[in-house]
Design a protein around this ligand. Structure first.
Ligand code: ADP
Ligand code: MG
Length: 471
């Protein structure tokens, strides 16, 4: 039953057994009982680092075994005879907190007296407070509820030695940036901090700089199954190049597209052409202030802007989980950059389109790309693209800007509460919420946008009237 060839994570050649790690005999026996015969790649890369006590930032895709990667070090440090919270795991949602709790319970079963408590919103406080009074070794919960307990003084973290942020990218998406920072800063400073994430958006390193100590980084580059990125090349003349972008968009109808140009000037020209065609596009460039840049990234990531136009430099560090298409408006002379560009689509379990527009002088570049990737380019004609009905490409969401943010102590939950409470919208009509210093951005389904602006302007957020506009 412990046949390594059945392990879905790791080919036999790369498999490394858990018993090369400094784990207790009890934990090793549990792992064997669970059928965890070898480490997954993220476990093999991160466990030596975390068991040695270092802070860690680990990025690996969903389903890669990240829970055990943080559960094993925290269980190793745990003293069951000490009745105090020694480890805490923050998760974005109740469902994820429940899953993490279950996995830690399974891994902890050789020690029968370890108490693990889940603390999430949506449950009454009183039983949680009673359980905390009884003593817990490990707490798993969502940031909002954990903060509630900290503020009421019902959660004592003075004995905490391990803090884990699980699915940190999703917590950022949900507007928990400040809550995570608040919580981390109130944990003992000699703790170990472990941050796990499926993607690596800009916010992660900003967050880590605030409260992690010399974190080591482990990233498992996503292996793109070639099937997931469908790559097509279109031959165009230089005159038709910019107009062809709109035709690709109306044909493939991706919700979010990153369009790469080789120069800033080309980015500006493309933006004009797309706007003239009624396509909602934004651009990023080095001259923008941070606040403008944030606004662009927020709108693109929350699906209220169809196209982000950028040069390679401007797009550096950008990691957007859901990207249906990458368009190479200009082909890059560097085949490695090409591979990097198109690798931004087809993430997770989604398909992605990589569409390249090639002028007569780009031919040689395509040959080098094909040589480097060992693939045969698939050529198509612009004339194959349907253009007649011209149904406009409308982003599914609209971003509303609420004047007032962190400085006014607005939290994501307050905005969600205002929209789903008095305003009467459903959770499904509300998208990402981003709280910045002076503004809060909330994505709402485009068909409720006007009504949402009206109701928010007439109502209250966190007991106060607010000014709201659609971007
Ligand atoms: P992630 O947090 O990266 O999305 P999980 O921690 O939820 O992934 O793990 C995914 C699944 O893999 C779980 O069912 C878990 O029990 C299983 N798993 C984790 N590590 C191993 C291992 N070393 N061998 C076999 N299965 C494992
Ligand atoms: Mg996980």
């Amino acid at each position: 039953m412990n046949d390594t060839t059945q392990n879905p994570f790791s080919p036999a050649s790369a498999s490394r057994p858990f018993n090369e790690l400094p784990l207790s005999p009890g934990l090793l026996a549990t792992l064997q009982q669970l059928g965890y015969s070898v480490m997954t790649p993220i476990q093999a890369a991160s466990l030596p680092v975390t068991l040695a006590g270092h802070d860690l930032i680990a990025q690996a895709k969903t389903g890669s075994g990240k829970t055990a990667a943080f559960a094993l070090p925290l269980l190793t440090r745990l003293n069951p005879r000490r009745f105090a919270v020694q480890a805490m795991v923050l998760c974005p949602t109740r469902e994820l907190a429940d899953q993490v709790t279950q996995e830690i319970r399974r891994l902890a079963r050789s020690e029968d007296n370890i108490k693990i408590l889940t603390l999430c919103g949506g449950s009454t406080m009183r039983p949680q407070i009673a359980s905390l009074e009884h003593g817990a070794h490990i707490v798993v919960g969502t940031p909002g509820r954990i903060m509630d307990h900290m503020e009421r003084g019902t959660l004592d973290l003075s004995a905490l030695n391990t803090l884990v942020l699980d699915e940190a990218d999703r917590m950022l998406d949900m507007g928990f940036y400040d809550d995570m920072a608040f919580i981390a800063k109130r944990c003992p400073s000699d703790r170990q901090t472990l941050l796990f994430s499926a993607t690596y958006p800009e916010g992660i390193s900003r967050l880590a700089r605030q409260f992690m100590r010399h974190p080591q980084e482990v990233k498992l580059a996503e292996q793109h199954e070639t099937g997931k990125i469908r790559q097509r090349f279109y031959e165009v003349s230089n005159e038709e190049r910019l107009a062809a972008v709109g035709r690709l968009l109306r044909h493939y109808r991706p919700v979010s597209t990153l369009a790469f140009c080789n120069t800033k000037q080309q980015c500006r020209s493309l933006l004009e052409v797309l706007h003239a065609q009624g396509i909602y596009a934004l651009t990023l460039n080095g001259d923008m202030e941070q606040r403008e840049r944030d606004q662009v990234l927020i709108q693109f990531a929350n699906r209220s802007c169809s196209v982000l136009v950028a040069t390679d430099v401007a797009a550096r560090g950008l990691d957007i989980a859901q990207l249906e298409a990458v368009i190479n408006v200009d082909v890059t002379p560097d085949p490695e950059i090409h591979v990097h560009r198109i690798g931004r689509t087809g993430r997770a379990d989604q398909d992605g389109w990589a569409l390249s527009l090639c002028g007569p002088s780009d031919r040689q570049r395509i040959v080098s790309i094909a040589k480097m990737t060992g693939s045969v380019p698939e050529w198509h004609e612009i004339s194959e693209l349907k253009d007649e009905d011209d149904a406009p490409l409308v982003p599914p969401m609209v971003t509303l800007q609420i004047l007032g943010g962190r400085k006014e102590k607005i939290r994501a939950g307050d905005v969600l509460g205002a929209l789903t409470g008095d305003a009467g919208f459903t959770r499904e009509q509300i998208g990402k919420i981003n709280v910045t210093d002076f503004s809060t951005y909330v994505a709402v389904a485009h068909y409720i946008a006007n009504e949402a602006v009206r109701k928010l302007n007439a109502g209250k957020v966190k007991g106060k009237s607010v000014k709201v506009r659609a971007l």
